[in-house]
Structure formats: C-alpha cells, structure tokens
Write a protein that binds this ligand. Structure first.
Ligand SMILES: Cc1cc2nc3c(=O)[nH]c(=O)nc-3n(C[C@H](O)[C@H](O)[C@H](O)COP(=O)(O)OP(=O)(O)OC[C@H]3O[C@@H](n4cnc5c(N)ncnc54)[C@H](O)[C@@H]3O)c2cc1C
Length: 301
C-alpha cells in the first residue's frame, strides 16, 4: 500500500523569517505539505474541523498586520518545487510546481532557449505566488504565459483550469481562492543572447529599487494613468517614517523595514501615506501587497 507523507509541523516560528518585510512576531503553527496527496488530506482535515489557515509562498508580497498569528500557515514543500519541459523539444511548454522559485523558472527557460519571462528578473518569491498575483513589470506579466493551472480548492477538491478559464488582470487573477499546486507555461523560442539582453534591460530598469532592504516590493497599485511612486515622491514623502518603517529614499512605492519595524509601524505608515495622497490629490491608493490580518482569516467551507 502506498503511504502518503505526513506534512511537517513547526510550532512558534519566528514570523520575521517568513516574509521579506521581516516584521517580528510568532506563528503558532507552520505546516509544510510535502506533496499533493498530503496537501489534499491536510486541507480536507482543516475544512472538516473549520480551522482557518493562511497560505504562504515566498512571503515577498505579504505583510502580516499583527505579531501573533494563530491560524496555521501552510506552505508547499519539496514535491511542489520542480520544473521540466513537456511536449516537443523547444516547443515552449514547461511544467512547474507552484513552490518553485520564479528565478529558477526564468533561468531554466533561458537554458532551454525560451523567451517571455525576462520581466521576472530580480523578482523574488514562488511561481505560484507570481501566477496568483499576476506579477509583472513594465507591461508584461505572468498571466501572459500561463496555459493551465492545477490546484485544490481550500477545502481540498482538485481543480484544473485551462487557458480559457483563467482571468488575469493588473496584479490579480481569479485564482485567489485556490491553492495552486502546478502550472503549465507556454513560452516562445528565442536565442539565449537575445533573452539575456532583454533580462539585462529589465534589470537596468530596476536600478534604484532598494534591493538590499527588507521590503515587499511595491506597496501600492498604480492608479489609472499615473504611478503611485510618483505621487508619493511628489508629496516629499521619500524617507518619511513611522517607527522603523520608512518610505524608501530610493523608490517611493517601496516601504522598507529599517530593522525593527513592527507590523503596527508598517500598517500606520501605509495609512499615513494613503491619507496624504487622498488629502492632497483626491486619489485613493489601493495596496498591491497582501495585508494579512490573522484575526480575520476564515476557514474553508
Ligand atoms: C525587492 C522586491 C521586488 C519586487 N518586484 C516586483 C515586481 O517587479 N513585480 C511584481 O509583480 N511583484 C514584485 N514584488 C512582489 C513579489 O515578489 C511578487 O508579487 C511575487 O510574485 C510574490 O510571490 P510569493 O511566493 O512571495 O507570494 P507570497 O507573498 O507568499 O503570497 C502572495 C499571495 O499569493 C498567495 N499565494 C502564494 N502561493 C500561492 C499558491 N501556490 N496558490 C494560491 N495562492 C498562493 C498567498 O496566499 C498570498 O495571498 C517584489 C518584491 C520584492 C521584495
């Protein structure tokens, strides 16, 4: 009889290790599911017991708004960390587990002579997080290359979505309520030198972004026809801080953790920036980062 590996559990995990913003706190329980079967069993158990949970990829687009996280945090383990070519050689189709690093996928595509992900250079996190949030840069985005998505509902039922079922928009998709486990990508054949040149262009466009600091990338979505960073900069808010959370002096849409920023500092800074922009420009900035209030997370039904 085949045995299903048991998810591994870690208690009282230092929250600062789970997100790139690295705010402090304690996660009561972090469960890592090693493969699809164990993930399915876990989700079904949690749904049956009406236990809320928080799904986390690389934590590079997530900010916890409190220091104590009582709901279980679920992560996808090694069985979701893979990438391979499928179909015809150089046919452009790749299959990847949702926990695979986005950079790993980009590097694999480069080695295969496949083009279309160069915008992803320098973007941290998992490919699952990138697909769900339709990560992108300079008008190109993850959703452009996604052909099929496999996953589970939050109650553990399998789902397979084909291209026509998928909806991507600016930093969003119709996959938010799923646990994405596997993604099929379709890329275009390209010369490695041309791919490297495009990667270099995207890398150059990122110069000036605060890469050495703890951050979650851009915090606000760009309002229609404008840039959130430009609006914040125009108000002279670069360097503005609440506690140890600061508007990056390098890029006004990046909020950085100067070292000991608490979730309260980060939330207050986001609110103050929003308020200044609202009062002086009449524009309501919406967050691009996912703010997770652990106290309001609901169980799957
Ligand atoms: C320095 C820096 C630069 C960045 N630059 C960019 C950029 O140029 N463009 C851009 O778009 N983003 C950028 N980001 C933000 C971030 O890296 C991306 O949004 C990334 O794709 C998030 O992936 P993640 O795995 O870290 O997601 P997480 O933060 O772990 O999760 C984000 C959301 O996705 C959900 N999620 C994660 N995995 C899954 C899954 N398997 N199934 C279902 N839901 C899932 C989570 O529940 C959460 O709601 C940047 C971040 C940093 C720190």
């Amino acid at each position: 009889m085949m045995t299903i590996p048991t998810p591994s559990r870690a208690e009282n995990v230092d929250l600062s290790t789970l997100t790139t913003m690295a705010t402090p706190g304690v996660a009561r329980l972090v469960i890592t599911a090693p493969d699809s079967d164990s993930l399915q069993g876990l989700l079904r158990d949690l749904a049956r017991e009406h236990e809320p949970f928080i799904l986390l990829g690389g934590g590079s687009n997530t900010i916890f708004t409190r220091r104590e996280v009582q709901p279980a945090i679920i992560r996808l383990g090694e069985g979701f960390d893979f990438i391979e070519s499928i179909g015809e050689p150089r046919g452009g189709r790749l299959r990847t587990g949702a926990a695979t690093n986005l950079t790993t996928v980009l590097q694999f595509a480069l080695r295969q002579g496949l083009m279309g992900l160069e915008w992803a250079v320098g973007i941290p996190g998992t490919v699952g997080g990138a697909v769900v949030g339709n990560a992108g840069a300079r008008g190109e985005a993850m959703g452009d290359s996604v052909e099929r998505v496999l996953g589970l509902t939050r109650a553990g039922e399998p789902v397979c979505l084909e291209r026509g079922d998928l909806h991507f928009e600016y930093r969003d998709s119709n996959l938010r309520d799923l646990v994405v486990t596997e993604i099929e990508l379709r890329l275009e054949p390209g010369e490695p030198d041309a791919i490297r040149a495009r990667m270099a262009e995207f890398r150059a466009a990122r110069r000036g972004q605060p890469y050495g600091d703890h951050s979650s990338g851009c915090v606000f979505r760009n309002p229609s026809g404008d840039f959130a960073g430009r609006l914040i900069d125009e108000l002279g808010l670069k360097g503005f801080a609440v506690g140890e959370a600061r508007v990056s002096p390098a890029h006004a849409n990046f909020l950085i953790n100067d070292g000991d920023a608490t979730p309260e500092d980060v939330v207050a800074l986001i609110e103050q920036v929003r308020q200044r922009v609202r009062e002086s420009r009449g524009i309501e900035l919406r967050t691009e980062v996912i703010l997770v209030d652990p106290d309001t997370v609901e169980a799957a039904s």
